[in-house]
Design a protein around this ligand. Structure first.
Ligand code: UDP
Length: 479
């Protein structure tokens, strides 16, 4: 009985996409282990993309209905905003029912301390409030991109958004060093829906009891200052999460370990690792440009071509599914195939990314600049070639190239000549001053990422602060 009084139940709810599920489960693992089990973890999740409970025997998993049709489940790669907006509506009642009937009613379980929700799933905050439960937001992307989202009303007022083609290169003085083209605007079928989603996310974060961010003080100091000016709630920078707890167990796709044996046979720092994350897509024509750029650059590569990465422009839906799996190989040019035959390249559908980036043979990362990928690269001291596709990725890429200066961007789209030049610029080691400088800076960041999580480091202290804060949350007793 006594023991129960000193324990708290923590309920977490994530957005069901890979780049959100990984950090949420990492966060849960961090808090569970830091509290030495005094925080009991309950993960509420949608049926869609549900995590594998057997990888987390200490946690309770409660599925809720997401109301998504088969086609809506696939729609996130085409219109992530429509997808998230739908979830923010569909999950309200199932989430509330789950809290009331499966969590709060359980008298033998520890009292609920608070709810931690992915800030993109903003519906959670009003539901928790209606049940008088404290709710802490959780941001899976960079603090700077959240600052930019929070600035949308000002950006509207000053005419930066909606973005005009003629203004793309203009600096946004309110958000240095962002240019108009870096603003985290996401393409969607209806831009009003997007602006509303941003406004709801910011409003609910302001109404919440705190904000957890997957970054660390010394990396994002100025963004954290701007965040605390904007949000009058306690902010907990406790990243990089994956270094406290690996993501492999929350991978939705099977990670192909064969690429590690292939990497073992390559020279140190000789391989460029290429992955555009879990949602981005490219056309068949872009696939050919990448393949030709790679072949002409003569650099060794490990390339993740996940199911769904290559989207056909002219096939029927049935054929599209076939294409999403293996059919892309028929588009690959002969020169590229010859290079594959010679053993200079390796293609997998999904890689053990953290292990790959930590491998001594990997010398560069061509990334879509998703926040998890960016942090993972920094933590392994790997310089980046950035090809941001959408939303916050453009903010992350600008920080990589102009704030931390540990990489540069592919500025003019996917064109074989530019790809060839950029790969050589990043990868060639002899007489390459630019690469040497990138390496010095990225190794510094790697060291900072190590320091912040040691006892007494900023993220370590922030985790302690967050754990205490959760225990101090005042939750009314349920009669
Ligand atoms: N990832 C992986 N294997 C791959 C590609 C990606 O395990 O082949 C992981 C990667 O380590 C990261 C996540 O998937 O943790 C992708 O998140 P990110 O924020 O970079 O991009 P998103 O998928 O959200 O666009």
């Amino acid at each position: 009985m006594d023991e129960q009084r000193h324990r708290r139940r923590l309920v977490l709810f994530s957005c069901p996409l890979q780049g959100h599920i990984n950090p949420m489960l990492q966060l849960a693992t961090i808090l569970h282990s830091h509290s030495k089990g005094a925080l009991s973890i309950t993960i509420v999740h949608t049926h869609f993309n549900s995590p594998n409970p057997s990888n987390y025997p200490n946690f309770t998993f409660l599925p809720i209905s997401d109301g998504l049709s088969q086609s809506q489940k696939k729609s996130y790669t085409e219109d992530v905003i429509a997808f998230m907006t739908l979830l923010n509506v569909n999950c309200v009642n199932p989430f509330r029912d789950c809290l009331v009937s499966k969590i709060l009613s359980q008298k033998h379980e520890p009292q609920v301390g608070c709810i931690i929700y992915d800030s993109t799933m903003h519906f959670t905050q009003p539901v928790a409030e209606s049940l008088q439960l404290p709710c802490i937001g959780f941001r899976t992307s960079s603090p700077m991109s959240f600052v930019a989202f929070a600035a949308f009303p000002v950006l509207h007022e000053k005419g930066y958004i909606p973005i005009r083609e003629s203004e793309l290169e203009a600096l946004v003085p309110e958000l240095p060093p962002l240019k108009v083209k870096d603003l985290p605007v996401v393409k969607t079928h209806n831009s009003e829906v997007f602006y509303q989603w941003v406004a709801d996310m910011i409003k609910q974060t302001k109404a919440s009891s705190g904000l957890i961010v997957n970054s660390f003080d010394s990396l994002d100091q100025s963004a954290f200052q701007l965040l605390s000016q904007e949000f009058a709630v306690p902010i907990f920078p406790i990243g990089p999460f994956h270094k406290f707890s690996p993501a492999s167990s929350s991978s939705l796709l099977t990670q192909d370990q064969s690429c590690i044996s292939w990497l073992n046979a390559q020279a140190p720092s000789s391989v460029i690792y290429i992955s555009f994350g879990s949602s981005a897509s490219i056309s068949e024509a872009q696939l050919v440009e990448i393949a030709m750029g790679l072949a002409n650059s003569e650099q060794s590569f490990l390339w993740v071509i996940r199911p769904g990465l290559v989207v056909s422009s002219c096939r029927s839906d049935n054929d599209k599914d076939k294409n999403e799996d293996d059919k892309f190989t028929e588009f690959l040019p002969q020169k590229f195939n010859e290079m594959m035959m010679s053993g200079r390249g390796c293609i997998v559908k999904w890689a053990p990314q953290e292990e790959v980036l930590a491998h001594p043979s990997v010398g560069g990362f061509w990334t879509h600049s998703g926040w998890n990928s960016t942090l993972e690269s920094i933590c392994e001291g790997v310089p980046m070639l950035c090809w941001p596709c959408s939303g916050d990725q453009k903010v992350n890429a600008r920080c990589v190239s102009h704030v931390w200066r540990v990489g540069f961007q592919l500025e003019n789209g996917l064109e074989r000549g530019e790809i060839e030049r950029s790969l050589r610029r990043l990868m060639i080691q002899e007489n390459n001053k630019e690469r040497e400088e990138l390496m010095v800076r990225v190794k510094d960041l790697k060291e900072m990422a190590e320091l912040c999580r040691r006892a007494g480091g900023s993220s370590f202290k922030s985790i302690e602060g967050l754990t205490e804060y959760i225990f101090s949350c005042n939750v009314p007793k349920i009669a």
